[in-house]
Each structure stands twice: as structure tokens, then as C-alpha cells.
Design a protein. Structure first.
Length: 198
């Protein structure tokens, strides 16, 4: 077997375990994934066990359902400067993708929160946080307030107030988080006004 074919075969062999791991991390059943993608449960199961070879027509709807790049499913080689590549990590059952490269200052993350029924554990710490819901529904417990936020909704708060955010139990969410040290706030330099005309 030529070296290129061997690399391709090896990459394809890893797709099934990667799909199964991703589904387990997101706490998605084969039944709900089948409904979301239009791919039968048996085909999804065979893909995960390696009994079915992955194809573009199967992987594209899966990448869309999981909201991940196709490269993540097939393990495409990374490109770009390795010093600036930002790696996702799993923390407390959530996938956290760092969006800033420099320490200090305001830090940004994309957080994927799977649907789960965890009891809130309120915490406090120094800082200021801004949360923007990209998709799904997120539960935010902030002091005595228990809120559910949907796509396009924003919360900002002093993190010295007891807080917790996570799943609503029935829905997962993707959230953009900006966090700064105490006293750092977002500075809005431009706002639309009623006088502005296109």
C-alpha cells in the first residue's frame, strides 16, 4: 500500500471512534441523532463501530448536527503555526474552545454545554463575565435569579455574585464567554441610533 493510501485508511479507521466519543460527550442518543440527520440508527451505529465506511454524504449532516467542522470528524491534519493553534478541552462535561491567545486582559471562549440535569453549584471569584448565547438554551443562576437565556440573549455580571451557568436540562447550548479581571468591562464604542439611516 502506498504511503498516502495508508494515511487515508488510518484516518478513516479513526472516524468511528471519534463519532462515538463526540456523541457520548454531547449526551446524544442514536435515536435523536438519527432524527436530526436523517441517517438511520443502524447506519449511525455501523459508522461508530467501523462496519460502515464514512462518506461525505454521511459526515456532512453529522458535522452540521454536532456543529463542528468536518475536519474535526475526519481528523484532518492541522495547518498553521502550532504556537498559535488553540485546542478545545473538556471541563465539567463541557467543551471549551479558547478564542484568545494571550494571557491577561479579557479572555474569550466558546463553550458547548450538553443537555444534562446537573444541580447548580454556585461559585464566586474575582472578575467580570459577559455571556452571549449563540444557539440552544442556557440556564443562568445569578444570586437569587434563575434565568433561561436563548439565542442572541446576553448576560453580564460581577463574578463576586454567586453564579452558575449550564444546561436547562432539556436543551444544550453554545455560548460565547468573555471574562476579565475585576474592573474590566466591555467598552461599547458605537451604538446604533434611531437617527441612523441606511
Amino acid at each position: 500500500m502506498d504511503p498516502t493510501a495508508a494515511v487515508i485508511a488510518s484516518a478513516l479507521d479513526q472516524v468511528g471512534p471519534r463519532l462515538k466519543r463526540l456523541r457520548n460527550q454531547r449526551q446524544v442518543t442514536l435515536t435523536s441523532l438519527a432524527a436530526a440527520t436523517g441517517i438511520s440508527k443502524s447506519t449511525l451505529s455501523r459508522l461508530e463501530t467501523g462496519q460502515r465506511r464514512p462518506s461525505l454524504e454521511l459526515l456532512l449532516p453529522l458535522a452540521q448536527a454536532y456543529n463542528v467542522p468536518l475536519d474535526d470528524l475526519v481528523g484532518a491534519p492541522e495547518v498553521g503555526d502550532p504556537r498559535t493553534r488553540l485546542k478545545p478541552r473538556v471541563a465539567n462535561g463541557r467543551t471549551v474552545v479558547p478564542l484568545t491567545r494571550h494571557p491577561g486582559g479579557v479572555q474569550a471562549w466558546k463553550i458547548v454545554i450538553p443537555a444534562s440535569k446537573k444541580e447548580p453549584e454556585l461559585k464566586t471569584h474575582e472578575g467580570y463575565e459577559w455571556l452571549y448565547v449563540l444557539s440552544g438554551r442556557m440556564r443562568l443562576v445569578l444570586g437569587d435569579n434563575d434565568l433561561t437565556l436563548g439565542p442572541g440573549e446576553v448576560a453580564e455580571f460581577d463574578t463576586r455574585v454567586p453564579h452558575w451557568f449550564g444546561s436547562t436540562g432539556g436543551h444544550g447550548a453554545e455560548v460565547l464567554s468573555l471574562f476579565g479581571q475585576q474592573g474590566e468591562r466591555l467598552h461599547v464604542r458605537a451604538k446604533s441610533s434611531k437617527e441612523y439611516k441606511h
